[in-house]
Design a protein around this ligand. Structure first.
Ligand SMILES: Cc1ncc(COP(=O)(O)O)c(C=O)c1O
Length: 424
């Protein structure tokens, strides 16, 4: 087969499914997208950011420095404030675990996820993921030639029995030396909204540790906390896996300022144990030798001034209100046989249809939704290719992040009509 001289990695990389969905949105101006993981436009902190930038650039001490290159690891003040904030969220003394020296600033947490895969995994290596999981991470695993095994999830996180049987099976098959990572989207998960309990993180780390001897190397827990700050008012988010006693050497924490502050600022971070920290830093040196200094210094000011904390508080209320609009609309418009849970945070509602109703891109439901000018993320896109089970194809992810309240109501109304057409 002709390959135009492209590298193996280039030939492995397929077009992301979301690119096609985005194009559809642009091609049809009347279309209501409940698909994209966009944040709420009217609540983006435009005024606060303009003020902070004026302060930053208005001073001869900070202005030129903010417009200069920074370091690969990131702005020292932002690293310190990030470490402090995490320690406060985790409510633990923590010591060295939360040292700014373990914080690596990245271009969104997406870059951190990619760097981790680059640090740890060769083609043919195995990664355990939630079933379903964040589909962009599945793109990373595909590009890097990794094999995914899906783990069932429950409302409080992965099914630990399934984790253990999967580890046993890999051991029996002599495949444990290829297992590098367990990837969990642990707060208000994309796509299901589930939050992993602290107890489950603790037990998962214990289990991974038990199989390390047979693996011959550490097996890490990669905790993706992208939605951690977006719990609705009154919802308590558990501590991160960094707070599990004695385990911080096996936890990689991926965090972001995209969702809680501004998706357009796109600064994320990782907390990594050695030797991963040093290796990720070297790789980041090759990627871009540092995240934009201006954006990091803007965030440092937002955190230090209290603007960030105020913004997050408002966002939680805003998303809780938008989720309530979606919940009410779904209650009113969807057939009773559709199963779903009210979200407690994050940006998504996950709906499960009776198995006979397919929701994939080729399905009648999806086509009917597009004809009615409403878009959702077909659940199948969120499942890894895993030879051990067929990919479920009867679910949908609905986002209340980007759409206005009017469009949420109208979008769910259109989708409800498409569902009734097929199901009644
Ligand atoms: C679960 C999850 N992780 C990571 C990211 C990446 O976000 P960012 O790169 O903006 O930090 C996203 C974005 O949607 C996400 O949903």
């Amino acid at each position: 087969m002709k390959h135009h001289g492209l590298s193996e990695i280039a030939r492995r990389t397929a077009e992301p499914p979301i690119a096609w969905l985005m194009k559809l949105t642009l091609d049809k101006p009347g279309l209501i997208s409940l698909a994209a993981g966009f944040t709420d436009n009217p609540s983006l902190p435009v005024g606060e950011t303009a003020g902070l930038l004026r302060e930053l650039l208005g001073s001869p001490a900070s202005g030129p420095q903010a417009l200069q290159y920074g370091s690969s690891a990131g702005d020292p003040l932002l690293r310190q404030l990030t470490a402090e904030r995490l320690q406060t969220l985790d409510q633990t003394p923590g010591g060295e675990t939360y040292s700014p020296g373990r914080v690596l600033m990245t271009n969104g947490s997406q870059q951190l996820l990619y760097l981790v895969a680059e640090c740890l995994c060769d083609p043919g290596d195995i990664v355990l993921v939630e079933d379903p999981t964040y589909f962009v991470f599945l793109g990373t695993t595909q590009t890097r030639g990794l094999i995914c095994r899906g783990l069932r999830i429950e409302p409080d996180g992965i099914d630990l029995v399934h984790l253990e049987t999967t580890l046993e099976e890999l051991k029996r098959q002599g495949l444990l030396p290829r297992l590098k990572l367990l990837y969990l989207v642990s707060y208000f998960q994309n796509p299901t909204g589930a939050t992993t309990s602290f107890e489950k993180k603790t037990r998962a780390l214990e289990l991974l540790k038990r199989y390390e001897r047979a693996a011959g190397h550490p097996i890490y827990l990669l905790e993706d906390a992208a939605y951690r700050e977006l719990g609705f008012p009154g919802v308590l988010a558990p501590a991160s896996a960094l707070a599990v006693p004695g385990c911080s050497g096996r936890v990689i924490y991926a965090g972001t300022y995209s969702k809680p502050y501004a998706t357009g600022v796109r600064v994320g971070f990782g907390i990594l144990p050695e030797p991963l920290y040093t290796i990720a830093l070297r790789l980041k040196g090759n990627h871009d030798f540092g995240t934009a200094n201006l954006l990091q210094q803007l965030l440092a000011r937002a955190l230090a001034s209290g603007a960030f904390a105020r913004h997050v508080k408002g966002l939680r209320e805003r998303y809780a209100a938008k989720a309530a609009v979606m919940v009410k609309a779904v209650q009113r418009e969807f057939p009773e046989k559709v199963e779903w849970r009210p979200p407690e945070g994050g940006l998504y509602l996950w709906a499960r249809l009776p198995r006979r109703i397919r929701s994939g891109i080729q399905a009648r439901l999806f086509k009917s939704a597009v004809e009615r000018e409403v878009l959702y993320i077909p659940g199948e896109l969120c499942y890894a290719d895993d030879a051990v089970r067929p990919k479920p194809n009867h679910e949908m992810r609905l986002s209340f992040g980007g759409a206005s309240e009017t469009n949420i109501r109208e979008g769910i109304h259109r989708l409800g009509a498409a569902l009734h057409d097929l199901m009644d």
